[in-house]
Write a protein that binds this ligand. Structure first.
Ligand code: SAM
Length: 315
């Protein structure tokens, strides 16, 4: 059916994200010891502005994630929505800043692929220290262990999502960090707002970090939309991506207490300058203007609800 085709195109975006991240790490933009296990081939060359864009995205997300873990002293949960082949869990583990439990959710098909890779690693004895994690269940569709859990679910089906998270012992009373990195834009505004509402209603102490497109009204935004449409990929949620204000408003109207949003041009300019100077030496960038356009069309938005008064709003 048409909707199967549309979902398939959305699932394919998972490969875009992971191959771009894999390529950028192979060039030294940042270190990721685990990307290679989920994406075997380094793949074809990506343009320097794409690599710098991903650098800003990963560094920006990581700064906020780490701030939340610090604020809660890791006495918290993380739920990565539409996680794809993301490797954040392993980074936190290696840096000794693991939350009580780290959940990942994606379509069952993507989850099956990810678990397949993890199973191969386990069989081959690659030292991912998964043994330490005491994997208690990996049936191909979900993986559960004391600290790490991967769930196959459709984010548009909230009753099923809630049931699965409960089955794997999510604790709504614990401070919980939700992540969505280039995910909500593939859902209709109705569906994503229901999801944000459900999180706000269910988790009294929570932060939600959302990375996605913004300022999509102009010519450059139109080209971005057309590029995805050409691949049958419909940005169903693009109406929410008109401005930083519309991004903030979606959280406030879904019951979040306070919210911040920065475009990636601003985020990029706030990153530690020594490291930015380092990565800008990695590859020559001809098209500065193109990088700036790209950065202006993505944003990070973070919203909080702070029943336990942890001071999350200061993050
Ligand atoms: N967050 C990852 C990252 O940034 O590396 C992957 C991003 S990828 C662009 C979007 C991901 O969201 C895909 O893995 C896709 O399968 C997932 N996704 C989109 N809509 C979804 C839905 N309704 N239910 C579950 N997963 C979904």
């Amino acid at each position: 059916t048409d909707s199967d085709t549309a979902d398939e195109a959305v699932r394919a975006t998972c490969d875009d994200a992971s191959t771009c991240k894999r390529f950028a790490t192979s060039k030294g933009y940042w270190t990721d010891l685990y990307a290679q296990y989920f994406v075997r081939q380094i793949g074809e060359r990506k343009a320097p502005e794409i690599n710098r864009g991903y650098y800003g995205r990963v560094r920006g997300m990581n700064l906020l994630i780490d701030a939340f873990l610090k604020k809660t002293q890791c006495y918290c949960q993380v739920v990565n929505l539409g996680a794809g082949l993301d490797t954040t869990f392993w980074r936190l583990k290696d840096e000794n800043i693991m939350p009580k439990k780290f959940f990942e959710v994606d379509f069952p098909m993507i989850v099956a692929r990810k678990i397949h890779h993890i199973n191969i690693l386990l069989c081959c004895g690659v030292n991912l220290s998964l043994v330490q994690l005491s994997v208690s269940l990996t049936d191909g569709h979900s993986l559960d262990s004391d600290r790490y859990c991967i769930i196959g679910a459709d984010l548009r089906d909230l009753p099923a999502l809630e049931e699965k998270l409960k089955k794997f012992q999510i604790n709504p009373e614990l401070p919980t960090l939700f992540l969505s990195e280039c995910v909500l834009v593939y859902m209709t505004p109705e569906k994503s707002s229901k999801l944000l509402n459900w999180v706000a209603d269910t988790f009294p102490t929570a932060m939600f970090i959302n990375y996605e497109q913004v300022n999509m009204n102009d010519r450059f935004g139109q080209i971005m939309i057309e590029n995805l449409q050409r691949r049958q990929c419909n940005l169903a949620g693009v109406d929410v991506c008109q401005s930083l204000d519309s991004q903030k408003e979606r959280f406030l109207s879904a019951g979040w207490e306070s919210v911040n949003a920065l475009d990636m041009m601003t985020v990029y300019s706030m990153l530690p300058w020594e490291d930015v100077a380092r990565i800008e030496r990695l590859e020559f960038l001809d098209e500065k203007e193109l990088l700036h356009q790209l950065l202006q069309h993505y944003c990070i938005c973070w919203a909080v609800k702070d029943k336990l008064s942890l001071g999350e709003a200061s993050i």
